[in-house]
Design a protein around this ligand. Structure first.
Ligand SMILES: C[S@@+](CC[C@H](N)C(=O)[O-])C[C@H]1O[C@@H](n2cnc3c(N)ncnc32)[C@H](O)[C@@H]1O
Length: 210
């Protein structure tokens, strides 16, 4: 069975789209997309020969023929036969280096391990808007998954930092983290930071800018 995070990513894939899964590792996501008839065919790539060996073994195990594998760095030398690009389980700097080209598809699904604000701001500048954002809690960790489509939008300060998931458990978790940071800082500077903390708390509660 596919884990919660990859199942959530699969839920954002449009039926009959042609997906490229970069950094596929075990290829479990492409296999799920084919087995569940979400996609007719999938392209999948990884920079690591070892990962691709695992992918090949899994594809063979499930007797699937319509997944094409590429051993390459990012999008390099992959024919532009896909309309949806998925990159998940990497950090923002790796994801952005893979996306450093103008030849990108209309739909991109990203799940980064870190620096989400940088990811949201850079994707916005590249001309992509957030169509949907999901948060999945698995193994004591929150995973953020963003569905992007070509288009313009104005990102509020709130969305840049916290996203559009509307997941209150996640916001509460972020709030607690922020609070901890402020508590520590407050020991050094009383007054000003307390005020900021109050404003931040209200903003998170109401999903408003602060
Ligand atoms: C943590 S795994 C994530 C696997 C899967 N995408 C997931 O979300 O479960 C990261 C994978 O990305 C691959 N990877 C890292 N940098 C890459 C790059 N520049 N191009 C292609 N694959 C890359 C690694 O080899 C590894 O298999």
């Amino acid at each position: 069975m596919l884990n919660k995070r990859l199942t959530a990513i699969a839920s954002l894939v449009t039926k009959d789209s042609i997906v490229l899964d970069v950094g596929t590792d075990h290829a479990l996501l492409p296999i799920y997309l084919i087995k569940n008839k979400i996609c007719q065919k999938v392209l999948a790539s990884d920079i690591s020969p070892k990962a691709l060996e695992n992918a090949k073994a899994n594809i063979k195990k499930y007797n699937i023929t319509n997944i094409t594998l590429y051993e390459t760095d990012g999008l390099k030398d992959i024919p532009k036969k896909y309309d949806t690009l998925i990159i998940s389980g990497m950090g923002t700097s790796t994801i952005l280096s893979i996306l450093a080209t103008d030849d990108l598809p209309n739909t991109i699904i990203l799940s980064s391990n870190n620096d989400l604000e940088l990811l949201r701001v850079t994707m916005n500048k590249k001309g992509y808007k957030i169509t949907k954002e999901l948060v999945v809690y698995e193994k004591n960790k929150y995973y953020d998954i963003i569905l992007y489509e070509k288009g313009k939008e104005r990102l509020t300060k709130f969305v840049k930092e916290f996203g559009k998931s509307n997941d209150l458990d996640y916001y509460n978790h972020l709030y607690k983290l922020e609070k901890k940071i402020y508590e520590v800082a407050n020991k050094a500077k009383k007054g000003k930071l307390k005020h900021s903390l109050k404003r931040l708390g209200k903003a998170i509660e109401k999903r408003k800018d602060y």
